[in-house]
Design a binder for this molecule. Structure first.
Ligand SMILES: C[S@@+](CC[C@H](N)C(=O)[O-])C[C@H]1O[C@@H](n2cnc3c(N)ncnc32)[C@H](O)[C@@H]1O
Length: 231
């Protein structure tokens, strides 16, 4: 599995897929645990709840989970929810697998690849909450088309999200905050019911932060937090 993932692949992904070589135990986890937890997206998924050994009350999706800190925390706090985590960067996936191997969780499934491909394989109205934290900013104008949120991506997300489902989004880059809000506000499928003018300054009650957020905070940047609702 590790060798397959390390071969150059043709995909819409632009970020890194592998960093420094995996430790031996991480490679073993990628070869043994990842195949057991991986979601098969080679065909449309008829029922997202059937991905889990125990039918969950709801299914949540985290896009680009990095090292998986938030994913594992959410899975631990919500044992009756099924969590699907998506991360194409193998080293991040390996870190999450190491934590999963020592956790007693049966409510996590994974996709080591592009979230777009996973989203398109999911059935309509199957996701009750979607997390997207600190997506790659692609700051140069010519790179903007690589940004994860676009008008077209919101249409794809809207298809799989249950009406009333939350899209939780965080970024430390002002331009990405404005970019994302502009697209959410012009989308017919989402609303941003910010309760106060300062709403975006506060994370969610269970928020544990992420590895990327720690780095941003250490470098003096603050997160902005958006909760949009699928209409
Ligand atoms: C800046 S990092 C943030 C990671 C994590 N969310 C955090 O806050 O620590 C952005 C992550 O998005 C992942 N990513 C980039 N493109 C992606 C895609 N098309 N689908 C899923 N994840 C993607 C990257 O591999 C990277 O781990």
């Amino acid at each position: 599995m590790a060798e397959i993932l390390e071969r150059p692949v043709s995909s819409p992904l632009h970020g890194r897929r592998v960093g420094k070589p995996l430790a031996k135990y991480q490679r073993v986890l990628v070869d043994t645990l990842l195949p057991r937890l991986a979601v098969d997206i080679t065909a449309p998924i008829p029922d997202a709840t059937a991905l889990f050994a125990r039918a969950p009350d709801d299914v949540w999706l985290e896009v680009g989970f990095g090292g998986g800190e938030h994913l594992l925390n959410a899975a631990t706090l919500h044992p009756d929810v099924g969590l699907i985590g998506c991360e194409p960067f193998l080293n991040g996936m390996a870190r999450a697998l190491a934590d999963l191997a020592s956790a007693d969780l049966d409510n996590v499934r994974l996709h080591c690849g592009d979230a777009g491909a996973l989203i398109d394989a999911l059935p309509p109205a199957s996701i009750g909450r979607l997390f997207l934290f600190y997506p790659d900013p692609w700051p140069k104008r010519r790179q903007h088309k690589r940004r994860f949120i676009s008008d077209a991506m919101l249409v794809r997300l809207a298809r799989v999200m249950i009406p009333g489902a939350e899209l939780r989004f965080a970024t430390d880059i002002d331009d990405i905050c404005g970019w994302t809000l502009a697209r959410l506000l012009r989308s017919p499928d989402f609303t941003w019911p910010a309760a106060t003018a300062a709403d975006w300054q506060y994370p969610w009650p269970e928020w544990v932060g992420t590895r990327y957020e720690q780095k941003a905070t250490a470098e003096g940047r603050r997160g902005c937090y958006i909760t949009a609702i699928r209409r």
